[in-house]
Design a binder for this molecule. Sequence first.
Ligand code: SF4
Length: 364
Amino acid sequence: MEESIETLAKYPFIPEASEYFKVKTGTGDILLTDFEKPEFEEILSRAEERIREALDREEVSYKSKVYVELLSFPLTLAIVKAVGDSFLSQRYASAEAKRLIKLLQNEKSQTIFLKIANEVLMWKAEYVWQKAPYDYALSIKNYLQIAPIFRDRNWKLINKPVKDGYVYLTRGEFTRLVAEGIKNIIEDELEDRFDGELPGKLGKIVNRIRLLLSEKRPKVEELEEYKGRIILEAFPPCIGAFYQALVNGQHLPHTARFAVTSFLLNIGVDLGDVVKLFTGLPDANERITRYQVEHIAGLRGSKTKYTPPKCETLKTHGLCVEDGKFCRGVKHPLSYYRRSIRRIGRVGEGEKSEVSEEPIQEVL
Ligand code: SF4
């Protein structure tokens, strides 16, 4: 079904919306350099406003100028990617999820719910008739990919009506799950950072946002207390396996080496410690290894700090563990880690000691 421009403006992540606007690094229908033109001024302003709203109010608003609303979304993603800050990425994804909840609360029909669930999140969801108070049924598998993040006992599968492989949900519950799913998609998308700097006006927005970030960033970030430390329990299965192979001095294919190196650097592990991890390998050459690790850390060559490959790429290389069945639909290893760390961070103080943190110094 062809969607109206109003619908695309409200839900700019649905497939048809990307037909309107393709921002890529120099390819696609509109080039980033086109944004220097005066006709894009309003879209640029709205993109910056979306980010400022996320930082100031933790919620993105909905504005009624539909073209501006629609076109500013992918541009905002490009700007957040260029800023390259995990705190901003998470804050923005969560602020867009709140916008989505408000919009869905005002929807009259169930069509858009099912479209987002089945065509964007690729879930198996149905509208259910005469099953009040329930409105939607979601496959158990999809439910378990999202619901465990919510701490309230009401979300435990055991407390939900289940029939023929489906969990029955009220409209409010389904909205919450859909918003969480979209938040995850946006977070995953933002992990795929931009290489290099954005040109002209976009570059100026990036600089202004960086400045604002320095004021808005919480003094102690949620993940800060774990920064630079290795929390093996929080590692995605693929990275955990690569890491263990290195500790055991086993050979790893190039993509796996790149993935684990960039992963460790991105979670704040000291560069020297990452180099040491490789020196136990039979073919180790410390000078070359250091050069390569520094390159991945963005200290050499193009000065690009690399992030690990997406799950899709790791799957193509046959490096994903059991086709991601333990990963609850994540699309990026760093997203898996952040979600795990958040779960660990939420554990009560008494239980916290059960997490067997392994400081890197002891591992090496
Ligand atoms: S789904 Fe992603 S994070 Fe999980 S094992 Fe596969 S590649 Fe790693």
